[in-house]
Design a protein. Structure first.
Length: 115
């Protein structure tokens, strides 16, 4: 199947990201932070903020792939939510496989609490 996220499924503009800074639900988990807020659409959108503190470019791209895949497979994508995921800097000290597992677990927990 199609493994990409459509533009309509992503937060793209700076105003989308800044809107999430106020009045949002914040979930701090062991290896990421998930910020969510209702939107006026009929589907969820995903935003990523993966800083250089999470690792080098290869590691950051890997983390983004994990986050996108978890979101894409999430059964509740019809909810009217904007969701921003920020991996914590502690993820840098984990092996690539361990980082992927922990991030997937954290996201699954966060997303299930939103539905």
């Amino acid at each position: 199947g199609n493994r990409s996220l459509a533009k309509s499924d992503r937060l793209l503009s700076a105003s989308d990201f800044s809107r999430l800074r106020t009045g949002s639900k914040v979930q701090k988990l062991s290896h990421c932070m998930v910020i969510s807020q209702k939107n006026n659409l009929t589907h969820a959108r995903l935003g990523l903020a993966v800083s250089k503190r999470s690792g080098n470019a290869v590691r950051r791209n890997f983390l983004k792939r994990i986050i996108r895949e978890t979101f894409r497979l999430w059964p509740m994508r019809h909810l009217d939510l904007d969701i921003m995921v920020i991996p914590s800097p502690q993820i840098k000290s984990l092996s690539k496989e361990e980082a992927g597992l922990r991030l997937r677990d954290n996201l699954a927990k966060a997303l299930s609490s939103l539905s």
